[in-house]
Design a protein around this ligand. Structure first.
Ligand SMILES: [Zn+2]
Length: 316
């Protein structure tokens, strides 16, 4: 099987962060993806790495140091205790370890694909990150993994242009807060509206390409909007690296939203983005897990996305 070199990065702490019984952002999400990769015969073809934790400096690229200090001070140390930061977002004693490794995984992935071998990477880590703002945890998120990865690529590797593709069904307000106005980053977002976290349509910025969709929209509407808005923006921007904020909660079976994407839509958007940015990004692509709350659909959609990351491009 001829495949693009694709790294698979995870860490045991991703299964230790637990926000309590019945919470949809649950440890089983990591296993749901991994189990499906095994069933599909894909896992053995991935290059496995164990995530290192992000350093304080790497976190501080995207977050206020006061916020990072406050989060550390608030973290519980007892076995059973949860510290609630908002109605949906809580820390147990493993949370900040897991969050540091989720952020570190994307930093490591960026280092790997910007190294001599190129290729792709998927970080099967949690907690997710795209709702975490510069100084605010919210929406199941603590550290903004994708923003930390983008800023690492720019500041540590000296890249000039990085694209972030956020196809999670919820708008990535945290990423927008951190990268808004940064001309080195193009943020392409698709989101259902009305839906958490927005009370009005997302703010526009010169470096944003926003695609607003509605309940009931499926692959046809998604593909048409992405083709009309993201592809021309990406062509103009010519990113040297592509990062996916890969949430799978726009899937038809997801319980937290009402969009109707299916596995093939995730494969399509992944394949098209890689193909259309290949001239500038050389197929260097890193993906980090965001949402996706129906365990079966999450496993299937993430596997379709990862298989598209692995596909060799005959035209390259
Ligand atoms: Zn989401």
């Amino acid at each position: 099987m001829s495949v693009r070199r694709t790294y698979y990065i995870t860490h045991p702490s991703s299964r230790d962060h637990d926000m309590g019984p019945g919470h949809p952002e649950q440890p089983a999400r990591v296993s749901a993806i991994e189990d499906r990769l095994i069933a599909a015969g894909v896992l053995d073809f991935l290059h496995h790495r164990t995530a290192r934790p992000a350093t304080g400096d790497q976190l501080a690229h995207a977050h206020d140091t006061l916020y990072l200090d406050e989060l550390a001070a608030a973290a519980p140390t007892g076995d059973d205790r949860l510290v609630r930061l908002d109605p949906d977002t809580a820390m147990n004693r493993h949370t900040l370890t897991a969050a540091a490794h989720a952020a570190g995984a994307i930093v490591q992935a960026v280092d790997l694909v910007l190294g001599n071998d190129g290729g792709a990477a998927f970080c099967n880590t949690r907690p997710p990150g795209h709702h975490a703002e510069r100084g605010q945890a919210m929406g199941f998120c603590f550290y903004n993994n994708v923003a930390i990865g983008a800023l690492h690529a720019l500041d540590a590797h000296g890249l000039d242009r990085v694209a972030i593709i956020d196809f999670d069904v919820h708008y990535g307000n945290g990423t927008a807060d951190i990268v808004g106005g940064d001309k080195r980053i193009l943020l392409c977002s698709s989101y259902q509206y009305p839906l958490y976290p927005l009370s009005r349509p997302a703010t526009e910025a010169a470096n944003f390409s926003n695609v607003m969709l509605k309940a009931g929209d499926g692959g046809d509407a998604f593909r048409a909007a992405v083709t009309a808005h993201w592809f021309p923006a990406l062509e103009r921007f010519a990113p040297q690296l592509v990062l996916f904020s890969a949430g799978f909660d726009a899937h038809a079976e997801d319980p937290l939203a009402e969009m109707r994407l299916v596995e093939d839509d995730y494969a399509w958007v992944t394949r098209e983005i890689i193909r259309r940015t290949a001239a500038s990004a050389a197929q260097r692509v890193v993906s980090t897990l965001e949402g996706g709350y129906d365990l079966s659909a999450l496993g299937r959609a993430a596997t379709a996305h990862i298989q598209a990351l692995m596909e060799p491009d005959a035209t390259f």
